[in-house]
Design a protein around this ligand. Structure first.
Ligand SMILES: [Zn+2]
Length: 684
């Protein structure tokens, strides 16, 4: 124990983790020891003779478990971004015990009795609004984790949670397996037909990283999407497409089909133990939406309009195909290819023309510049801070008065040992409970790296993703609350995408583009004519994206709204049948199929929750209009309100109230429909 660096004091600057000394075998003993110490701290709270009060129970609970939080956050960072077979084995071994620990904490009867007593008389305790919110939040955490169940049901509930933790871990590892092992090797010029230089370079770089000669296409989104958009080789597009949508569905030891069913069966049981008819009902009780009807109401508002929009786009693609003598067979692996051609013809927009203006470093600088103009933050590179991989860049974040308010780390590149997607995580949350604690915030992206002497160039979508995750990062960094449980992004799931999605708006502001979108070779600012064309083209393709997203959200709701304890025998058939009933047009596809839907099955926090992006988009589209109405994307007064009520408030205020305080009124759905071009029949 004593030579385990995870358990020794972390003496790096800002008490950052000793990454360079960590080995896989350190984690299991450290996690077990940290859980033991957490239980000891909680036993002291539960066993004290003094009657419960806010400080000796609620604040003390919020302060407990710091070592566990630190070790676990380092562990999850590594298993997500720099994993190894040894770490994966630890992850599988510890998923159950970690879940059991959670259950033991929240089913501790003596501890819950103290919270319950305080909760009962919370109105008379003389608490501040934030203290009362903390008490209510933790009390709800207890109830939702089974604190009120009778002992026999508690024992079963804990088993269910352990089993779910094991299965979701396995599900994620299976997806990573399929993503990191599949590759399409491109042999010579015929295989490269149609691919612009940036795709060739990225494919070459991916080949080097995998020790292959020539060029490979992997299932990393920033490689497979451009390949599907540009490759003239229909047969290769089909192969890439089938592998991409087939992740998680290969027979053998990495097959997710039965695992997803097992997860659904256990979630149904979890919900029933709480007295709910289905998992969706259980999940939605702790959201802004609150009910299935509210979620279906929003999805139902969007779905038919999105179908109409995608039909207009389909007609445009068919016309282009006819003009090119390409027949009328529009399959899923053709859609992006022909959409790219239409975009080029109709709007004179070509990804290969756009990307040279979006060099990674410039997009990062643009995000930092926006954070400075809006919130007065400066990001100062710190090369001597410990990081877990040479790709990671670390920054001190300084406020207008030059005080360090947090540490930001950014890990931008795809690697075989890193999971797909983009996400924000925290190595430490901001808090003032027991002394000031600075946030340490991490952003992960999965961009295809440029070649050895080539810059990494982003698409506009990639740039938007970087801004999205950076928005989550600001939510962590600007947090200004008293208690850790209320800090940063630990808000309701359908509110958490507001700070990230509203930040996406700035990347397409002409003022930001003129300043930061500079050609990587000439240094020239992006021409106004290209900005105008990007603006004109911004709604083309929205039908496709909206249908793919909304269909995934509808499948998620449907599969988690099933009331029968036994899930459908064949999930893939269930999914296909549902999509047929919904009228998903041929050739469009889903954002995620169930067998690799990591939001749903690599953990539980987005299960029955994929709708949250659309829910938050109602807020971000409506919210960004506040800047439009004020006449400037950097209007200081609006930025001040956005900071105070959204980015800084964490979970200290009920989200509906926080939004209304920022906007001066509740949100309306119209700006979302307008933004996506779904308001009326308009030309695609
Ligand atoms: Zn997000």
């Amino acid at each position: 124990m004593s030579d385990n660096p995870l358990l020794q004091p972390w003496d790096a600057p800002y008490a950052l983790p000793p990454f360079n000394r960590l080995r896989a075998e350190h984690f299991e003993p450290a996690l077990r020891e940290a859980m033991r110490r957490h239980r000891e701290e909680l036993a002291a709270i539960a066993g004290q003779a003094t009657a419960p009060d806010f400080d000796n129970t609620v604040a003390a609970f919020d302060r407990a478990g710091k070592l566990l939080a630190r070790v676990a956050s380092v562990f999850y960072s590594l298993t997500s971004s720099a994993t190894s077979p040894a770490l994966q084995a630890v992850q599988r071994a510890m998923a159950g015990p970690m879940a059991a620990h959670q259950s033991a904490v929240y089913m501790d009867a003596a501890l819950f009795a103290r919270f319950d007593a305080l909760h009962e008389r919370r109105a008379g305790l003389g608490l501040t609004a934030e203290q009362r919110r903390l008490l209510e939040r933790i009390h709800l955490d207890f109830v939702r984790a089974g604190a009120r169940l009778e002992p026999a049901r508690q024992a079963r509930y804990a088993q269910v949670m352990e089993e779910l933790a094991r299965l979701t871990t396995q599900f994620a590892q299976n997806v990573l397996h399929d993503e990191s092992t599949w590759q399409l090797v491109l042999q010579g010029e015929p295989d490269l037909a149609g691919l612009p230089d940036f795709v060739r370079t990225a494919a070459h770089q991916a080949a080097i990283e995998r020790g292959v000669d020539g060029r490979v296409i992997t299932l990393s989104r920033s490689l497979v999407v451009p390949f599907l958009s540009f490759s003239e080789r229909r047969d290769l597009r089909e192969r890439a497409w089938r592998a991409w949508v087939g992740r998680g569905e290969s027979p053998g030891e990495h097959d997710n089909r039965e695992i997803a069913r097992d997860i659904l069966r256990l979630r149904n049981e979890q919900a029933r133990l709480h007295g709910h008819r289905c998992f969706a009902d259980h999940a939605l009780t702790d959201t802004m939406a609150g009910t299935r009807a509210a979620v279906q109401g929003l999805l139902g508002e969007v779905w038919p309009r999105a179908l109409a929009a995608v039909e207009r786009e389909r007609q445009a693609l068919l016309q282009a195909m006819a003009a090119a003598g390409a027949g009328d067979e529009l399959e899923a692996w053709d859609w992006r290819y022909w959409a790219e051609k239409v975009r080029r013809e109709r709007f004179a927009i070509d990804d290969a023309e756009v990307k040279p203006y979006f060099r990674l470093e410039n997009v990062v600088a643009a995000a930092f510049d926006c954070a400075q103009r809006l919130f007065g933050l400066r990001f100062v590179p710190c090369e001597d801070l410990p990081v877990y991989h040479p790709d990671v860049r670390a920054y001190e974040v300084r406020d207008a008065g030059d005080a360090v308010v947090g540490i930001f780390m950014q890990d931008n590149f795809a690697r075989p040992a890193k999971r797909s997607g983009a996400w924000m995580s925290s190595l430490r949350w901001q808090s003032r409970n027991g002394g000031a604690q600075l946030p340490v915030i991490l952003n992960n992206n999965n961009f295809a790296r440029g070649g050895a002497d080539e810059p990494t160039l982003l698409s506009l979508d990639d740039a938007r993703t970087l801004f999205h995750e950076f928005g989550h990062g600001l939510h962590g960094l600007l947090s200004d609350v008293g208690y850790e449980r209320l800090s940063g992004t630990q808000v309701l799931r359908d509110f958490v995408e507001l700070p990230s999605q509203i930040f996406e708006h700035w990347i397409t502001e002409p003022e930001v583009l003129q300043r930061h979108a500079r050609h990587h070779q000439t240094g020239e600012a992006i021409p106004q004519s290209l900005i105008d064309r990007l603006h004109a083209a911004r709604r083309f393709g929205q039908g496709y994206e909206t249908v793919r997203y909304t269909a995934s959200a509808l499948v998620d709701m449907a599969v988690h709204a099933l009331e029968a304890p036994e899930p459908p025998a064949d999930l893939c058939a269930f999914e296909a049948e549902l999509l047929r009933e919904l009228g998903l047009p041929h050739g469009v596809g889903l954002n995620h199929r169930l067998v690799h839907f990591q939001h749903l099955f690599a953990g539980s926090s987005y299960a029955a929750g994929y709708y949250v992006y659309l829910w938050a988009e109602v807020l971000d589209a409506d919210g960004y209009d506040a800047f439009v109405e004020a006449g400037s994307p950097f209007a200081p007064e609006v930025a001040g309100r956005l900071r105070r009520h959204v980015y800084a408030a964490g979970n200290s205020v009920e989200p509906g109230a926080a939004y209304a305080a920022f906007r001066g009124r509740p949100p309306t759905v119209q700006p979302l429909l307008k933004k996506r071009g779904l308001l009326e029949a308009e030309p695609a």
